[in-house]
Design a protein. Structure first.
Length: 305
């Protein structure tokens, strides 16, 4: 690798860190030390700095634990993957606006079915069509590293966010009671497993990040996939949560972008590093699903008690 290229690639990762710092700084400068991570009105706000500290701790834990990668990137695939990867990046840039259109036209149900169609179905088709061109040279690993060790990270996240300094608040769900909890539980699990766990991890980690790592290096691949993951949330968050906050549409848009970079972008780095170290899709899907449904499970705990 030529020194000039190495310096350029390193600067992309540094640029991502700088964007995160500027985003947090903008939110704090405008008085937003807490943000709502979801589109729903009942979603409890989170304190930004403790949550970012939590993500840093989990990243450190992943780094300290033994890696369990089941494959090494196939360098010979690099020339063949460029065009397809750039097309995939283009799709992820357009995707959020299609989701916004579905939300405006058909509401929450339209948004859900659009995510299933545009992310889950699209990702499955792309995955199945590319299976004959493996991006990685598979190698066997011990089941301990592939399954048990990643579960330590997931368990640490659940424990840390369930109470104490890093605790997240329960989601406020109108109509949730001891009589209706099962219906809400099934609905929450089904929607989050399909859209967040399977669909988003398949598109943004297994398909996109793996290709970006191959083309641009591991760190840059994780950073770029995390930004595109955050970008997916920007239009709908802007339209449903940030538009009209300050009375200045441009500032509202900047704050919305800063919010998704600070929260979804940081979570994208965590999920991306988890995928990079373990290459276990089903545990990645489980991790993402639990991160989404934990606020609901806490609200369910309050109702049942």
């Amino acid at each position: 690798m030529k020194p000039k290229i190495a310096k350029q690639r390193a600067s992309w990762l540094i640029g991502g860190i700088a964007l995160l710092v500027m985003s947090v700084g903008l939110l704090f400068a405008c008085g937003y030390q807490q943000i709502s991570p979801s589109r729903g009105d009942g979603t409890a706000p989170i304190s930004l700095l403790p949550y970012l500290l939590l993500i840093a701790i989990l990243l450190g834990l992943i780094r300290l634990l033994p890696a369990g990668q089941t494959g090494a990137l196939a360098e010979e695939m690099r020339p063949q993957m460029k065009k397809g990867t750039y097309l995939l990046i283009g799709y992820t840039l357009v995707l959020p606006w299609l989701l916004l259109l579905a939300q405006i036209l058909w509401g929450q149900d339209g948004y859900f079915f659009a995510k299933v169609l545009l992310i889950l179905v699209y990702s499955c088709v792309l995955f199945l069509s590319s299976r004959h061109k493996p991006l990685e040279n598979e190698k066997s690993t011990r089941s301990l590293r592939r399954w048990l060790i990643p579960c330590i990270v997931i368990l640490a996240y659940c424990l840390l966010t369930s109470g104490g300094f890093f605790a997240i608040s329960a989601t406020r769900i109108p109509g949730l009671s001891k009589e209706t909890w099962l219906d809400y539980l099934v609905l929450s699990l089904v929607t989050n497993i399909l859209t967040a766990g399977i669909a988003e991890e398949l598109l943004y980690r297994k398909l996109l990040q793996t290709r970006l790592e191959l083309l641009f290096g591991h760190g840059n691949g994780i950073a770029l996939a995390a930004f595109l993951f955050a970008w997916m949330h920007f239009p709908t968050r802007f339209q449903s949560a940030w538009l009209g906050q300050t009375g200045q549409p441009l500032l509202d848009a900047l704050l919305a972008l800063a919010a998704v970079v600070s929260f979804q972008g940081a979570m994208g780095v965590l999920f991306g590093y988890f995928w990079f170290r373990y290459r276990n899709f089903w545990l990645s899907a489980l991790f993402h699903t639990l991160a989404n449904v934990l606020p609901f499970l806490l609200s369910l705990k309050e109702v049942m008690l």
